[in-house]
Write a protein that binds this ligand. Structure first.
Ligand SMILES: *[C@@H]1O[C@H](CO)[C@@H](O)[C@H](O)[C@H]1NC(C)=O
Ligand SMILES: *[C@@H]1O[C@H](CO)[C@@H](O)[C@H](O)[C@H]1NC(C)=O
Length: 216
């Protein structure tokens, strides 16, 4: 009985990693420390990013159905926009992990994270991505003013945890919610919206806590 209680509270901790006590985040100072770094180009990647340690409080095993699902994207248009030109968009998570993925990389020459996303008439190219630091958004965007997004390592009781995670200003916890019936302009498929949780963020009913891990 006691052992069972200990084991189940231990499992709860393990699966609830994002809000795990004593888990600290430290920024990775340089692209050269990230997966698939090339000395000649000073670029790490390309890689996708994906849902990791996602916590579903209503599932019996606390796991999210979208654990491991990779990055996608959608473009945004201003209301009343006359132009067909693409100026900005945001990184999302695919609703089906077989969907086409959006790639990201760390550009060491410019010291920034970039995504391979459309602009103008729709041609794909590398654009800087950043976090829209606003309590109601927190999205990972391109083509807009934004705070830098960075790679982080997590430490548990001083020991590094495996993997690299996206964050900004030492925050690496994200909230994820379904776009429901909204589909991406790019592939006409629904997706999941990720928001970086900053201290002012209000967590919504339809959201799940997650980390965003760099694959590779
Ligand atoms: C969370 O768990 C509930 C209950 O099992 C399930 O219906 C829902 O699809 C899950 N959502 C995610 C994102 O895992
Ligand atoms: C983030 O953490 C690092 C080291 O842990 C610290 O030096 C830095 O000041 C922190 N940055 C912010 C914005 O809190």
């Amino acid at each position: 009985m006691l052992l069972g209680a200990i084991i189940s509270s231990f499992m709860l901790l393990a699966s609830a990693q994002p809000h795990e006590r004593g888990l600290s985040a430290e920024p990775v100072g340089d692209c050269s420390q990230l997966p698939a770094y090339n000395d000649d180009t000073q670029i790490a990647g390309p890689w996708t990013v994906s849902i990791a340690a996602c916590y579903n409080g209503t599932a019996s095993d606390s796991r999210c159905t979208i654990e491991g699902f990779g990055s996608s994207s959608d473009v945004t248009r201003q209301r009343g926009d006359q132009s067909d030109l693409i100026e900005h968009g945001f990184i999302t998570i695919a609703s089906d992990n077989n969907n086409v993925k959006t790639q990201l990389r760390c550009n060491g020459a410019l010291n920034r994270i970039e995504a391979y996303v459309p602009s103008g008439h729709g041609a794909l190219d590398w654009h800087a991505v950043g976090i829209n630091h606003h309590p109601s958004t927190g999205r990972l965007v391109w083509g807009r003013d934004a705070e830098p997004v960075q790679a982080y390592r997590h430490y548990r009781r001083g020991q590094p945890v495996e993997g690299f995670f996206l964050g900004s200003e030492n925050q690496t916890n994200w909230a994820v919610h379904s776009s429901r019936r909204d589909v991406s302009i790019l592939d006409f498929k629904p997706y999941w919206v990720i928001r970086l949780m900053i201290p002012e963020t209000t967590f919504r009913d339809n959201e799940f806590h997650t980390l965003i891990q760099i694959d590779g």
